[in-house]
Design a protein around this ligand. Structure first.
Ligand SMILES: [Zn+2]
Length: 117
């Protein structure tokens, strides 16, 4: 398991990591790895965006319906835990796909998949 975000600036982490005792920080660049060694961090945090949430919800609607039928209820907390985890992991994954695409292209309306997921 590796950190998803840079511990300094909070953008997606690159190949750099700082391991100290039981804590592991990701870093996007060598410069930020150096700043983390100096215990420096920006105060910014990652936040969600409504457009991305709308996208993730619409992309996982079928998963929700399928899992509801499998569990014989649309009441989420009555589902088997592994099915709830599956739904949430798909929602988060769709959100991250949207956020990565938006960051790379500046477009918020359309996500094109390369078939790798
Ligand atoms: Zn960084």
């Amino acid at each position: 398991m590796r950190p998803a975000l840079c511990g300094y600036c909070k953008i997606p982490a690159g190949p750099f990591m700082r391991i100290e005792d039981e804590r592991i920080y990701g870093a996007c660049t060598h410069e930020h790895l150096k700043l983390l060694r100096e215990e420096k961090k920006l105060k910014r945090i990652a936040i969600t965006c409504d457009d991305g949430l709308d996208y993730a919800i619409s992309k996982t609607k079928q998963t929700y319906i399928d899992m509801s039928k499998k569990n014989k209820t649309y009441v989420l907390h009555e589902w088997e835990r592994k099915d709830r985890k599956l739904l949430f992991s798909r929602v988060v994954n769709e959100y991250m796909t949207w956020a990565n695409h938006q960051a790379q292209t500046g477009r918020m309306d359309k996500v094109i998949r390369d078939g790798s997921d």
